[in-house]
Design a protein around this ligand. Structure first.
Ligand SMILES: Nc1ncnc2c1ncn2[C@@H]1O[C@H](COP(=O)(O)OP(=O)(O)OP(=O)(O)O)[C@@H](O)[C@H]1O
Ligand SMILES: [Mg+2]
Length: 246
């Protein structure tokens, strides 16, 4: 994925300005920055949920400008959201199966009943890959918070995305759940490119190959965790005031 001079305005508000970056396949990139810096807006653009006001987006050589949002997932881009986004009364397996069915039926409008079986098998495989097989029959609302976030990732994996966007995957988690999520992200990264928005600095610095810092919608820095930690401008606007950094 490469983005060139991306800008996004909401009325008079400039949420992103001139953001240029190139994401290497197979890397984990963290996007950090203060509240309101434009991180989720950037994710919304990368996942096709919003069209940029200016600039270009290319994925695997293709210009994404005219591509409708629902085609992003079929081209290999999937995401999870900052806020938990599952069907609370459906079982864990059903949540993933519904997603698998929706994905398949878009691929093949003649999908028949044997496809239901395939969707269920696929959903089971996705649950296994995020460590939730033992909870398959449980209504999603009874999962612990960390398991709900893992379930959302299982849903995103249904499309077998080459690029997976995770918006604050450890939001609201304690140290133990955070460790489990980090292990899951590391495992998933073996087969795909991952971009994540996070606030937990220690976690980001340990997990990421690369860190982008957004500040007031602009790219303040782009480098390895070591470079970002040593960047005095980043320390001044962000790291210095971030509790999680200590
Ligand atoms: N749909 C929208 N309409 C109008 N303004 C928006 C919209 N989405 C975001 N904004 C504004 O754009 C700016 C960037 O918001 P964004 O949600 O991208 O920040 P963020 O870095 O994800 O913040 P946080 O860390 O709080 O999640 C903010 O000023 C926000 O109020
Ligand atoms: Mg956000």
């Amino acid at each position: 994925m490469s983005v060139t001079n991306i800008g996004k305005q909401f009325g008079g508000l400039v949420a992103l300005k001139d953001v240029t970056a190139d994401f290497q396949e197979g890397q984990i990139t963290a996007i950090i920055g203060p509240n309101g810096a434009g991180k989720s807006t950037f994710f919304n653009i990368l996942s096709g949920a919003l069209k940029p006001s200016s600039g270009t987006l290319r994925f695997r050589g293709a210009d994404m400008a005219g591509v409708p949002q629902h085609d992003y997932v079929h081209r290999g881009i999937a995401r999870s959201y900052q806020i938990t986004n599952i069907f609370p009364n459906l079982s864990v397996l059903e949540n993933v199966r519904v997603a698998a069915q929706a994905f398949r039926s878009r691929m093949n409008i003649w999908a028949d009943r044997s496809a239901d079986r395939d969707s269920e098998d696929r959903a089971s495989a996705m649950l296994a890959s995020v460590g939730l097989s033992a909870r398959a029959a449980t209504p999603a609302k009874f999962l612990a918070h960390g398991q709900q976030r893992a379930l959302e990732i299982a849903i995103a994996l249904v499309a077998d995305p080459a690029l997976l966007l995770l918006d604050e995957p450890t939001a609201g988690m304690g140290p133990e759940e955070t460790r489990e999520m980090v292990a899951l992200i590391e495992k998933l990264a073996a087969q795909r490119t991952i971009l994540l928005v996070e606030h937990k600095m220690k976690m980001i610095l340990g997990l990421s190959d690369r860190v982008l810092v957004l500040h007031h919608g602009q790219l303040l820095a782009d480098g390895t965790p070591t470079e970002i930690q040593a960047n005095s401008e980043v320390r001044r606007v962000y790291l210095g005031q971030n509790d999680g950094y200590a």
